[in-house]
Every structure is written in structure tokens, then in C-alpha cells.
Design a protein around this ligand. Structure first.
Ligand code: PRP
Ligand code: URA
Length: 207
């Protein structure tokens, strides 16, 4: 299976351009993130299992589809929270877990400060983190979730760097990445270029 999907949709491009704009303030940034997350979540749920179900319309009997199986969304704190509401609105029955990770600004290594997840066995797990930079945070989160039984994982992000895609692909080739953009590279302090800056700070106004 292809491990990377870059969304090619004018609406995704439009929303991302405004997110990238350094003048976009937190309130607008949150609203754009939620709308873009809806587009990303639609792609991430494309292959959810479903079963046929009989339905009676006002006109006749027919068959439709119903999603079968559990879906667990796991935002990586903090920035992943920006993607969560779109997922819970699209999938009202989704279960939600949380992974708290923080990247050390000098070593770029992530440390874990929180983990609370439901049973992950037999669930489709949507890991939510808008920025895939070195890939260290995503790879660490995937490791933690696999230790808790996850076998079917997708990473939903907004901007990915080639370095992060490569690291995740090496360490977890089974994890599919859905992103709105594959950017050029990382800079020497680990930020994605052109990127959009520090997603968590822009989402929560902590500059
Ligand atoms: C950011 C981002 C990712 C991570 C990506 O989080 O949300 O989790 O950096 O970088 P990496 O791919 O190099 O690991 P950060 O650690 O800044 O925490 P925050 O979400 O709390 O701001
Ligand atoms: N985390 C962010 O929020 N932005 C980057 O460019 C890299 C990591």
C-alpha cells in the first residue's frame, strides 16, 4: 500500500494557504484548521470497513451502507487538538484517546507526558498531529499506540516534511500518512520550510 497521500483538492490548498500566512490570527487559524481537518478526515476514513444494511425510503426498500467497526481518534497534544473536532463531528461514535508529547527545542527529541487511550485492538486508529517534521513525535506516538494493541493506524497531518515521511516510513511502514502538503525540507532548527511556523503556538495564541 502507498504510505503517503497528499490531498490534491483546491479547497485544501485554499485553506492551507491561509494557514501558512503569518498574518492569520489564532481565531481564524482554529477555524481554518477545523475546515481543513474535515477534508483530511474524509480521506483518512475512505477505507473504513462497512456492511450492507436494508433501508426503507419513502418510496421503496433498498440497501445502504453502515460503517462497521470501531474508530479511535488520538490527537497528539497540544497541536493535534486542532484536528479533533472535525473528526468527532464527522464520526459521532468515534472513541478518543490522548497522547501528550513535547519536542525538546534543542535536541528535537520527543518526551511523553501523558497517555490515555481506550482499547486499540481491532480499531481503526486515526493519529492526529498537524506537523510531521523530523517524524520523531509521530514515530514515538505510533510506538506507544502499538504497545497498547493498535494494528491499523493512519496519521492525519497538515504539513509533512520529507525527513518525517522517511523516518516514519522506515520505523513504521504500515502507517499511512494523509497530509495537505509535502513541503521542501526542515531548516536547521527543525522547522518545516516553507511550513507555517509553530502550529501549537498559532492555534493557541502562545507566542
Ligand atoms: C510539534 C507538532 C508535532 C511535533 C512535530 O509539537 O505538533 O507534535 O512538533 O515535530 P517532529 O516531527 O520533529 O517530532 P510540539 O512538540 O511543538 O508540541 P505542542 O504541540 O505542544 O506545541
Ligand atoms: N512543529 C511545528 O509546530 N512546526 C514545525 O515547523 C515543526 C514542528
Amino acid at each position: 500500500m502507498e504510505t503517503l497521500t497528499v490531498i490534491d483538492h483546491p479547497l485544501a490548498g485554499h485553506l492551507l494557504t491561509e494557514l501558512r500566512d503569518a498574518r492569520t490570527a489564532p481565531e481564524r487559524f482554529r477555524s481554518l484548521t477545523k475546515r481543513l481537518a474535515t477534508v483530511l478526515a474524509l480521506e483518512a476514513t475512505r477505507n473504513l470497513p462497512w456492511r450492507e444494511e436494508a433501508v426503507t425510503t419513502p418510496v421503496t426498500d433498498t440497501t445502504g451502507r453502515r460503517i462497521a467497526g470501531r474508530v479511535v481518534a488520538v490527537p497528539i497534544l497540544r497541536a493535534g487538538l486542532g484536528l479533533l473536532t472535525a473528526v468527532t463531528e464527522l464520526l459521532p461514535d468515534v472513541e478518543v484517546g490522548y497522547v501528550g508529547l513535547e519536542r525538546d527545542e534543542s535536541t528535537l527529541q520527543p518526551t511523553s507526558y501523558y497517555l490515555k487511550v481506550p482499547d486499540l485492538t481491532d480499531a481503526t486508529v486515526l493519529l492526529l498531529d498537524p506537523m510531521l517534521a523530523t517524524g520523531g513525535s509521530a514515530a514515538f506516538a505510533v510506538e506507544l499506540l502499538k504497545e497498547r494493541g493498535a494494528t491499523d493506524l493512519q496519521l492525519v497531518c497538515v504539513v509533512a516534511a520529507p525527513e518525517g515521511v522517511a523516518l516514519l516510513g522506515e520505523q513504521h511502514p504500515d502507517v499511512h500518512v494523509i497530509t495537505a502538503a509535502l513541503d521542501a525540507q526542515l531548516n536547521d532548527v527543525g522547522y518545516i520550510v516553507p511550513g507555517l511556523g509553530d502550529f501549537g503556538d498559532r492555534l493557541f495564541g502562545t507566542f
